[in-house]
Design a protein around this ligand. Structure first.
Ligand code: ADP
Ligand code: MG
Length: 575
């Protein structure tokens, strides 16, 4: 709360001060502040895609240029007033970003960065070749009459953009964005529609850059391709965000204001040394505080991001309404003849599996038997080469994992996949939000599940600070928040203390009492033996035994599969 107050007062004072200076200061001062505001706006836009979405871009300037040209053409050709021209610029950028995002966001890392870089070059050359834009010579039009007003508008827009990112991080959209940045696979397992969230973020960052471009054109009254698609603008945004704090709300403001004011000052006093000083500063920042000033502060607990919403004050561990009990004799999940091949390895071949409501099926087998791969096939993270799945009475079409997660097949992963920057609370809330559109309902559900697994008290912590057993527990809680009909646990209890295992058992009993079918892969059978009604044993991708736990564990084929190697070794020694 205190942090929020400091933030609001800080931003308010800064804005007021800047506005007073633009109104009363010289035209030069107004221009300096315009430049700072523009730098901040572009840095905020870059941060949305580079920081929050995790796609480092070297071509955001494409949208800056498109925005500038759309606005200029809207005023000259369509005689639109500037406010409408600026809106048209944002719209134009979104129209471009939408199909582009669908293609570009398939690329990752350096390939996305290069793809965007190529886009900026293509646009620059295309605009140079167009007659309507004045070709390489550019076009001139009526600029803003009063530089003071222009600067004030720029600052207000930058402040609005900052407020928008601040709000974004407190919304379900922001939560999903951070989750995807941290781990897209885990996000889709939590029911997040990864694709649409990424594309939306891309469009948002494009619109911010385009508004910057439009204001730039309005301020200058002249545009040419090399200044509209200028790579230096891009580089500056990247530098400002990385100096200020990548993926933080305040980073672009701090970095943008500092670097733009500093570079203006240096340019006026020491034009020869300006580039050297800025270059040196870049290296210093990269070495001394990677991730930027605000990120370094956040690590010390200053201005840390507040969790999205919070658990409701009163939480009861018991469910509000007991779900309707499904028919226990009708299987909820049936897999027929599932198979997949990786190169020469038949990881899973012709496996059948049946899971009944309110019952646990344990899947065991030696390392490399194909257990995890079988889960990937069931949860749509891999496509089966053969076979099909019947879930809830219907044959499953090929779905995306997030669709499946929302419709009742939830899973955990063998190696923990948690979101590094989400708190315990947010992790479970994220999954609950995939199911409930209603915010209150989602909060109640998330809190109820956390209370049930005994993690509610630690709701503010991030995974890193939890012991390994608690991390596994959190992953199970996240899966339970999807209220699955089938819960797939991949060695979920490995590395847990007896007390934690007891909590998991309680949570699973509770879920099963509500009709959930649990399929649990375990390496150590005692961890689930008390709960499992049936056991299925895999070896080399095929089912070698199944049935009641006691009978299966005494099956000679199972004993050989588990101990075969040792028995042969023993025979060798004896001989
Ligand atoms: P388990 O979970 O039973 O230990 P897995 O399902 O992880 O076994 O692996 C089964 C086999 O499939 C192993 O031989 C493994 O090397 C192989 N495998 C699994 N995933 C892949 C993959 N993505 N690419 C190639 N081989 C894989
Ligand atoms: Mg495995």
């Amino acid at each position: 709360m205190r942090d929020r107050l400091i933030e609001a007062v800080f931003l308010g004072t800064l804005l007021l001060l800047a506005l007073v200076i633009t109104r009363s200061g010289s035209a030069y001062l107004a221009q300096t502040l315009f430049n700072a505001g523009l730098a901040i706006l572009l840095a905020i836009g870059w941060n949305v895609i580079g920081g929050f979405t995790g796609y480092v871009s070297f071509g955001q300037v494409s949208f800056f240029g498109v925005g500038a040209y759309v606005a200029a053409l809207a005023t000259t050709r369509l005689a639109l007033p500037w406010p409408m021209a600026i809106a048209a610029a944002a719209l134009g950028a979104i129209i471009l970003a939408l199909p582009l995002g669908l293609i570009m966001l398939r690329l990752s890392g350096i390939f996305f960065a290069l793809g965007m870089f190529g886009l900026a070059r293509i646009l620059q050359i295309s605009v140079s070749a167009m007659r309507v834009t004045g070709g390489p010579m550019g076009m001139s039009f009526d600029a803003a009459e009063d530089p003071h007003i222009c600067a004030a508008v720029m600052l207000l827009v930058a402040a609005a953009a900052l407020a928008a990112t601040w709000l974004m991080l407190r919304s379900r959209f922001g939560l999903r964005l951070l989750a995807i940045r941290d781990d897209a696979v885990a996000a889709s397992a939590s029911g997040v529609h990864v694709w649409s969230v990424k594309v939306l973020a891309f469009c948002l960052s494009a619109a911010l850059a385009a508004v910057g471009g439009a204001l730039y054109a309005w301020n200058l009254g002249y545009l040419d391709p090399s200044s509209a698609f200028n790579g230096t603008i891009e580089l500056q945004s990247v530098l400002m965000v990385t100096a200020g704090g990548i993926g933080t709300v305040w980073g672009p403001l701090v970095g943008g204001a500092t670097i733009s004011v500093l570079s203006t000052f240096l340019w006026a006093r020491f034009p020869m040394e300006q580039q050297i000083v800025l270059g040196g500063l870049t290296i210093l920042i990269a070495v001394a505080m990677p991730g930027g000033a605000m990120a370094a502060l956040a690590r010390r607990g200053v201005l840390r991001r507040t969790p999205v919403w919070a658990p409701p004050p009163a939480v009861t561990a018991a469910p509000a309404t007991a779900p309707a009990m499904p028919d226990k004799r009708a299987p909820v999940l049936r897999c027929f003849n599932l198979g997949i091949r990786f190169g020469g390895v038949l990881a899973v071949k012709a496996v059948d599996l049946v899971a009944y409501p309110a019952e646990m099926l344990a899947v065991i087998g030696p390392n490399g038997a194909g257990k995890s791969t079988l889960f990937n096939l069931i949860s749509a993270f891999a496509r089966p080469a053969t076979g099909h799945i019947v879930f809830d009475g219907k044959r499953l079409p090929p779905l995306r994992p997030e669709r499946l997660a929302r419709s009742g097949i939830a899973r955990t992963f063998q190696t923990s996949r948690l979101f590094a920057s989400l708190t315990v609370w947010e992790t479970v809330l994220l999954a609950a939000l995939s199911l409930h559109r209603n915010r209150r309902r989602a909060r109640t559900e998330a809190a109820r599940i956390l209370a049930q697994v005994g993690l509610l008290e630690q709701w503010r912590e991030v995974p890193e600070t939890l012991p390994p057993g608690r991390q596994r527990l959190l992953e199970i809680a996240r899966a339970l928040a999807l209220q699955p009909k089938v819960l797939l646990l991949d060695e979920a209890m490995a590395g847990m203390s007896a007390e934690e295992i007891a909590r998991v058992h309680a949570a699973l009993r509770h879920a099963m009492a509500g009709g959930c079918a649990v399929v649990a892969i375990e390496h150590v059978l005692p961890a689930i033996a008390p709960l499992a009604a049936r056991v299925q044993v895999l070896d080399f991708g095929v089912t070698i035994a199944e049935g009641h736990p006691h009978a299966v564990l005494n099956d000679p084929a199972v004993i050989t599969a588990y101990l075969g190697v040792e028995l042969e070794d023993a025979a060798d020694v004896a001989a």
